[in-house]
Design a protein around this ligand. Structure first.
Ligand SMILES: NC(=O)c1ccc[n+]([C@@H]2O[C@H](COP(=O)([O-])OP(=O)(O)OC[C@H]3O[C@@H](n4cnc5c(N)ncnc54)[C@H](OP(=O)(O)O)[C@@H]3O)[C@@H](O)[C@H]2O)c1
Length: 392
């Protein structure tokens, strides 16, 4: 069914801060009229035309008008494409009709969602429909959660190949990171906090590492919420903002791959702040930092090109086998995590789905369970990421 669609990929939200970057990347990487056909979508034709012209994109790239508040326009859009990329967030405000329509129409879908309450709602409401229609719906195809979800998969695969063992314990450690937030990300964070303030039941979802594995609760997990001295790294570590969404996605990846990491898999994710008194003081300062709640950046705004180009990330994954052997992997990105690198990651996720229509089956999936090695390969060839073993 998907093979007969008029368009390959639709970038929905192409007028927003991140959506523009995705359109720019598809244009420079895949051009117009090649084997990856793509279109730009949003709620205003005038704005789409202006963005297309401003980015120097050919007028041959189709423009599709669809408004999140008009379900008929959303359904008409998803029926035209094999894959929809959505950067229209906060997803809990604007995304539900789109996921429902993709699940119904058998259209593949990727987004940048880091809102676990909404993701759980979508799983409960649309998983069965997506399984039947063949729609591969993949949330969190940006910095949260691709480098973490695929970093864990990569390390498990390497451990199986080199040690012949699974890793029941992995520590995800952010060793270095440079970037700033966009207004859309701040709005999504604030929407989740506002929803939790109205409905205290949501707090249980936000704090449960198994919130996205309905029917399955695994081993007790470290909370990751307090500054701690990490004996394995010989360094202080602090709570990491993205850990709440990444850990949930990683446990869902494990479940969707029939628990290939083990049913008792334990994972935590923290920010490395260094050894000694200085490392401890820094870990405490990070834990107390509330600047995100007061950041005045508005939707549509985000880091400058220079900030994106000079950003980076360096993520360490330390795995332990049941008999105490360790293995380490590093994942790096060549631009700021949230936008420069994210726009390349989500675009390559969509291209992976487009070029591999028979990979996996329909459902509400994660990057590792839906795309795995296919995506690791594309990200390394095209998107400036590296996946390597360290110290071996
Ligand atoms: N996971 C990650 O690593 C990651 C990274 C980056 C971003 N994100 C997420 O991506 C989302 C977008 O962020 P952003 O900074 O790019 O946001 P943004 O600049 O505010 O863009 C939002 C987009 O949504 C569109 N939109 C709003 N209401 C709409 C409606 N009713 N119908 C159709 N379109 C509508 C806007 O269209 P107009 O231009 O017409 O207003 C705009 O194109 C956020 O949820 C953010 O959290 C996640």
């Amino acid at each position: 069914m998907k093979a007969n669609r008029e368009l390959g990929i639709i970038v929905y939200g192409a007028t927003g801060y991140t959506g523009r970057l995705v359109a720019e990347y598809l244009n420079s990487q895949y051009g117009v009229g090649g084997d990856v056909s793509w279109a730009m979508a949003g709620r205003s034709r005038e704005k789409l035309e202006a963005v297309r012209d401003e980015l120097g994109i050919s007028a041959k790239v189709p423009l599709v008008v669809a408004d999140a508040s008009e379900p008929a326009s959303i359904l008409a859009m998803v029926e035209r494409a094999a894959v929809v990329i959505s950067t229209v967030g906060p997803y809990q405000l604007y995304g539900s009709e789109l996921v429902a329509a993709c699940a119904q129409a058998g259209t593949d879908y990727v987004d940048l969602c880091g809102e676990p309450n909404w993701m759980r709602e979508m799983i409960d409401a649309h998983e069965e429909t997506a399984k039947k229609s063949g729609a591969r719906i993949v949330f969190s195809c940006g910095f949260d959660s691709i480098p973490f979800d695929l970093g864990v998969l990569f390390l498990q695969e390497q451990a199986q190949q080199t040690l012949g063992a699974v890793l029941p314990r992995i520590r995800g450690r952010v060793r270095g990171l440079k970037g700033v937030w966009s207004g859309g990300t701040l709005a999504s964070f604030k929407a989740t906090m506002a929803a939790a303030a109205k409905n205290p039941e949501l707090v249980a979802t936000l704090t449960n590492p198994f919130a996205l594995t309905p029917g399955f609760t695994g081993a007790e997990q470290p909370s990751g919420m307090k500054p701690t001295y990490d004996d394995v790294l010989e360094s202080w570590v602090a709570p990491f903002m993205m850990a709440t969404i990444n850990t949930k996605n990683i446990h869902r990846s494990n479940m969707l791959q029939n628990h290939r990491y083990g049913a008792d898999f334990v994972y935590d994710e923290m920010l490395v702040t260094g050894p000694g008194d200085e490392g401890e003081a820094m870990a405490k300062a990070v834990a107390e930092d509330k600047s995100m709640a007061n950041d005045p950046t508005r939707p549509g705004e985000g880091p400058t090109k220079e900030q994106r180009d000079t950003g980076f990330y360096d993520l360490l994954f330390v795995g332990e086998t049941a008999d105490g052997k360790t293995i380490r992997a590093v994942v790096t990105g060549d631009m700021d995590p949230g936008y420069g690198s994210t726009s390349k990651m989500i675009a390559e996720s969509a291209v992976s789905l487009l070029k591999n229509p028979d990979l996996g089956s329909g459902g509400i999936l994660t990057p590792a369970s839906a795309l795995g090695d296919v995506l690791i390969d594309r990200l390394q060839r095209n998107a400036g990421l590296t996946f390597e073993l360290e110290g071996s």
